[in-house]
Design a protein around this ligand. Sequence first.
Ligand code: AMP
Length: 176
Amino acid sequence: MNDDLRALIRSVPDYPHAGIIFRDITTLLLDGPGFAKTIDRLAAAVGTDFDLIAGIEARGFIFGAALAARAARGLVLIRKKNKLPGAVIGVNYALEYGEDRVEIHADAVAAGARVLVVDDLIATGGTALAAVELVRAARGVVTHAAFVIDLPDLGGAAKLAAAGVVVTTLVGYAGS
Ligand code: AMP
């Protein structure tokens, strides 16, 4: 599925650590028609039944912004800690080694707003689940999340589904 897009994603072995295959979307972004088709297909899959898009730093901003402009919906930035100037809500989440934190402006999501979460890739789902938790803590309703790339063997998409979120992905890679 979406083999034309798959062909534009560069796979870099042993980056950033031995044993990881980094799925690099910068080569997809460099290809104008490929980038346009990516947004077309994500937009078709997610529809317009949402009020706001939440893009996850940093590559989720790229796809989230393009989708938000296409649907004429607002974009809320889910950022790493200490980047936002206003009052924030934060959620800590576990990494392979240690912990990280994502934050959102406390006043960014109206109570009951339907929010689509967007990132470039879902692996273990730790980041996306933290983003969902954050939007829910801000009293938004997350029904859908969209990613260009899925690594299904790492289980993230299944965890999001278990959390009540419909997941859209375009290109899957077996293994990690
Ligand atoms: P996870 O929290 O494990 O689902 O990891 C998702 C986040 O880490 C996303 O923001 C991705 O951009 C990044 N990421 C994880 N694994 C990879 C990979 N193999 N290639 C590129 N980015 C990755």
